[in-house]
Design a binder for this molecule. Structure first.
Ligand code: NDP
Length: 243
């Protein structure tokens, strides 16, 4: 392929880092964002450079719309174009319904819903024909098999409407928009040997966690030529938790 550029938010570790590594291996130059872990973001960018790609790490806190837009603009200014944008940055607060504060509601909606909208809107100004928008949702957007996750589930289900709307807004320009819903995935957010892991495994058909690379493989498919006619879709990669 000609030179193409992907921007992955939250690419310093976990699922986002796996996506950035995979897209770099597939030939993309990559920009990644982070909130706090500058050193780890730089290390992921260096891995991409070791593969012969150009790479960039930018701080962009999802709560700050200006930083999110600036990350898009800096990607285009530095790497020359933008072909694929992956909205992955996220947090996983949970707890009893009665303990959730209004501040927490605003923060979680800002990080998952508002920042994803801002990211897509800013990216849409630059994406060419064949461009891809890929959001990372959660199996909890569609099915909530246990208590204490209402706010998180609400914030992730907003991405369903976002990606369907984007698919319609941008379809005439040949740009696709899709959502990937990970199930329990082995990262620092949700370690496969954590205290609730066995219970989470018990909700899956396959009886196991996903790896970050499992999620990255589906993102890579959507980003590649095989994804050209997939749009407005929500794809579970969840070991069967949604069955
Ligand atoms: P991790 O906690 O391992 O990594 C989170 C990433 O997001 C890091 O790069 C982090 O940056 C970044 N980030 C965190 N908070 C912010 C913020 N406020 N603004 C900008 N960036 C931020 O999480 P995962 O890799 O597990 O999760 C990635 C995505 O997948 C999230 O959207 C999550 O909701 C979703 N998901 C995860 C599941 C799982 O079981 N792991 C299941 C379903 C969905 P930094 O390193 O700088 O802190």
């Amino acid at each position: 392929m000609g030179r193409k550029v992907a921007l992955v938010t939250g690419g310093s570790r976990g699922i986002g880092a796996a996506i950035a590594r995979r897209l770099a291996a597939d030939g993309f130059d990559v920009a990644i964002t982070y909130a706090a872990e500058a050193g780890r973001a730089a290390a992921v960018a260096a891995e991409a450079e070791a593969l012969g790609r150009r790479a960039l790490a930018v701080r962009a806190r999802a709560e700050d719309a200006g930083e999110v837009v600036a990350a898009v603009e800096r990607t285009v200014a530095t790497l020359g174009r933008l072909d694929v944008v992956v909205g992955n940055a996220g947090i996983a607060p949970y707890g009893p319904l009665e303990d959730v504060t209004l501040e927490e509601v605003d923060r979680v909606l800002a990080v998952h819903a508002r920042a994803s909208f801002v990211l897509a809107q800013a990216a849409a100004r630059h994406l060419p024909e064949g461009g891809r928008i890929i959001m990372i949702g959660s199996s909890l957007a569609e099915r909530v098999p246990y208590p204490d996750w209402t706010l998180y589930a609400m914030s992730k289900s907003a991405l369903v409407g976002l990606t369907k709307g984007l698919a319609r807004d941008l379809g005439s320009r040949g740009i696709t928009a899709n959502l990937v819903h990970p199930g329990s995935t082995d990262t620092e957010m949700n370690p496969a040997d954590g205290p609730g892991a066995d219970e989470e495994r018990s909700y899956t058909a396959l009886g196991r966690y996903c790896s970050p690379e499992d999620i990255a493989a589906t993102v890579a498919h959507l980003a590649g030529e095989g994804g050209r006619n997939i749009t407005g879709a929500a794809i579970p990669v969840d070991a069967g938790v949604s069955t």
